[in-house]
Design a protein around this ligand. Sequence first.
Ligand code: ZN
Length: 264
Amino acid sequence: MISPKRPRLAAAAALLLVVGGAGYGITAASADDPTRPRDGLTLTSQDGAKPTTMAQFLTSVTNDVDSYWTKTFAASDLPKPQVRTRWIPAGQSVASACGDEDGRLGDSAAAYCPSDDTIYISEKFATDIYDGALDGALPGSSQGYGGTVGDFSVAYIVAHEFGHEIQDELGAFDRYGGSVPTMAFELQADCYAGTWAKSAYDENRLEDGDIQEALDAALAVGDFDTDNPGHHGTPEQREEAWSAGFQSGDPSSCAGYLDGSVAT
Ligand SMILES: [Zn+2]
């Protein structure tokens, strides 16, 4: 994959939002360093084991987010959210209903695809986020807004994509698809990511710096392509949406992005 600065956004928007069944990604970019296993990832799984590869880390965070939403749904007498995950090894691609013209997702993928109810994240993309290798390619950070580095910047992305799965579970795509801009779904997914982070914070499971990593990542993935139907929100809007979720700790506080009660 290539790694241009500005054209990447348009490519990502086309890939994730226009083609086929429409996916809902965070944004996508890639660099040329090979994915490599990481030590020292700090969000441990619930059995206490530390992930040692990016794939394990992605699974660990997903399980954590899943357990948060399972509890949250249960409190409202809703069944457990059901979603598949697919981590794409570096240099490989997988078939998806939200894939490119060949029906594939590869090294730039970070998306929830409603049509096949699957979260796709490229291990290379996640590793590059973790390493800070994408700051020159992401729309916000390449313009001096935020930056991505560290475990919680990856966790932010996982929780954001899971937020789209929650939207699917709650029927938001059926109810609001086509009547509100893409940005509304994106900001709500950021808000949902914030409510999960608050639950982890309240359980003393965050490290110093984790909150800042999420805020910086939200800024970094914000874009300025406001004329594009695939616009995901500016850096400030995305940071504010995550913060709103974190501060409230209540997913119902995120409803306003779709019903129009939160000005965006
Ligand atoms: Zn998204």
